[in-house]
Design a protein around this ligand. Structure first.
Ligand SMILES: [Zn+2]
Length: 225
């Protein structure tokens, strides 16, 4: 019984007695990891649109350091409510970008089935659903699949990353892609090798414009995550 009580107590303190990961303020019951003030500040923080030739653009919600803990918690604790909240915050930021009104599809970076089974969910999909809630753009989750179970990119150089993800993705339903403007959604974009590879297959399938929205983006892009 004591074991269960202790477990319950730590669960309760984990869920209810937590503090904002940015400012340390005690959280209200419906806050997750961030207090409302800090979440709003994230949404308001500088809107950075990186224009990149091949990719067209990358729009991050925040510098990676500000959301490091949130992304880690989302990925490894499977806290979907947090992912959705981050997605909504990202969506609010994207709603300030006029040209995105002409975009038709949100495309979460697909996980390989094996990885999805291990983790139980795709964090990019959860984030996309939050973004979709704000922008009203539908999420396409089965149109592109990951056919190669690539190894983690963390320790790889940029060149190795490109090789690692080459031909890792496949468009299953090109008719849903042709002529469309697409926003790829990911949790973190570092060198961009994954999103570039997805962009390549989307363009091959006839996509018109392809851009990227993500939660975290390291300031120095070569940083290993
Ligand atoms: Zn705070």
């Amino acid at each position: 019984m004591r074991v269960i009580n202790n477990l319950l107590r730590s669960l309760v303190s984990f869920l209810f007695d937590n503090r904002c990961s940015v400012c340390g303020k005690e959280l209200e019951p419906d806050d997750v990891l961030f207090c409302k003030g800090c979440l709003e500040a994230l949404a308001r923080s500088n809107l950075q649109i990186e224009q990149i030739d091949e990719l067209e653009f990358i729009i991050p919600l925040a510098p990676f350091d500000d959301v490091r803990e949130a992304i880690h918690t989302l990925k490894y604790s499977g806290w979907k409510r947090l992912g959705r909240k981050l997605g909504v915050t990202l969506g609010e930021k994207l709603s300030r970008v006029d040209f995105l009104r002409e975009f038709h599809i949100l495309l979460p970076v697909p996980l390989h089935n094996t990885r999805k089974r291990e983790r139980g969910f795709n964090q990019s999909l959860v984030i996309s659903e939050g973004v979709s809630e704000v922008l009203g753009i539908p999420v396409e989750k089965k149109t592109v699949v990951r056919v190669k179970n690539t190894r983690s990119q963390t320790q790889l150089s940029e060149k190795e990353r490109r090789k690692n993800v080459y031909e890792a993705f496949k468009v299953k339903a090109p008719d849903k892609i042709t002529g469309k403007n697409i926003i790829i959604v990911d949790d973190v974009v570092t060198t961009g090798s994954t999103t570039k590879e997805i962009t390549r297959v989307l363009k091959d399938a006839g996509a018109r414009r392809v851009g990227v929205a993500c939660i975290g983006r390291p300031k120095s892009k070569g940083e290993n995550l």
